[in-house]
Design a binder for this molecule. Structure first.
Ligand code: CO
Length: 134
């Protein structure tokens, strides 16, 4: 069911500093910082050709990565995102298999303008999984 790895998301306490590390130390081409107010994060995108890295910074008091950064003050891998052909078909199959979908179970438009869902980490090897429609 799942297809390509769309991105690995890394939550960081200082987005500008993290972007500089990827640009200057690792030699990556990084995007500018973008606000994603519907998701409570700021993002920097790094296109690696075969996949992407997304650096996530806090945006707003109720940012969903705030708790993660309290537990991981230096930052860390926050989620992985896999592509699926049809997000509602994928969701229905996962729910039928007993997996938990975060939120109200309805896809939201993600940072790339495509429908996304998040799956409970306890059902997927301790890793928060995002599904994005291809
Ligand atoms: Co993501």
């Amino acid at each position: 069911m799942i297809g390509r790895l769309n991105h690995v998301a890394i939550a960081v306490p200082d987005l500008a500093s993290a972007a500089a590390t990827y640009r200057d130390t690792l030699g990556a081409t990084v995007s500018s910082i973008e606000d994603q107010p519907e998701h409570g994060v700021q993002t920097v995108f790094i296109d690696l050709g075969n996949t992407k890295v997304e650096l996530l910074g806090v945006l707003g008091a109720s940012s969903p990565i705030r708790g993660f950064l309290e537990k991981n003050p230096a930052g860390g891998i926050h989620h992985v995102c896999y592509e699926v052909d049809d997000i509602r078909v994928a969701r229905d199959r996962l729910v039928a298999a007993g997996a938990r979908i975060l939120g109200d179970g309805e896809p939201k438009i993600g940072a790339h303008g495509k429908p996304v869902l998040f799956l409970h980490p306890k059902d997927f090897c301790g890793t928060l999984v995002e599904l994005e429609e291809r």
